[in-house]
Write a protein that binds this ligand. Sequence first.
Ligand SMILES: [Mg+2]
Length: 315
Amino acid sequence: MAEKCVFLDRDKTIIEDPGYLTDPDAVKLLPGVELALRSLSQAGFKLVVVTNQSGIARGMLTEDALDEIHNEMRRQLSEHDVELDAIYYCPYHPEGTVEKYTRVSADSKPSPGMLLRASKDLPIDLNGSWMVGDSPRDIEAGQRAGCRTVRIRHKGDEGPDEDEDVQADFTVRNLVDAARIILRESGTGAAVGKGYEAPAVPAAGTGYLPTGAETPVNNMTDSQIFGEILRHIRRTRTPEGGSEFSAIRLIGAIFQIFAIVALAWGLIYIPGVTVTAEGNFNEAYNNQIVVHVALLSATVLQLASLTFFTISKQR
Ligand SMILES: [Mg+2]
């Protein structure tokens, strides 16, 4: 029986894109990818990577080198119990420098060749499947194969589209949110955040989704995904914002320490405020002044400390 599948672009969808990736040591999974893929796999989706690799036609790497890169990607995913069902790549390009690979190919996205081949090989029900990628050509390939589509637009990639005719069914910031939408829309009931309204915009192409930091997350049922999103939020927080946040808390803590010192100072002098048997009125009077000043200072310092802590929480 044909199964449902999530087709995945590789660069900037699963792994970081340093340009033309030629070194297995440079393979780095994007945050949350392993958790998103595991959720999809557990919900019954096949996971198939479809990637244009025109670097082979351009002579920048060989198919053997590409295999090493993909083995490393599989190895990193398998450390998190994620197994890809297949990886399809297109090494061809009409403007290549290596003759063997210099041609137009029906596999090259935006053509849907790799998806159509996979649908026969595995086999896959294309109408029940999804294509996820960061580029308009990923979305077009998915649409031409009959799949629903999710476009990932990373922070900083929100400029006008180079191809406004190609609009995905949904647009998100990362693969975690893409997985949420796919699971919700597919009615799998999979537990990747029940009660969570997955952010989605219609195919207007002008907007993009809020980041995880602005997304309400309710009743998370997968604590790992929640942790991963928090990690992602921390990564996207600006360094300036982070240091400002800490500085205000530090000032609050300093005021708190001075408040405690002032309080201790006042308490030490309290026994001396009563007139002793020797009747030293001046000493008792001076001690009373010290206690009043100390306790007043402690109160003011404590209020200042609370003010700074409150400000730091509101930021
Ligand atoms: Mg890409």
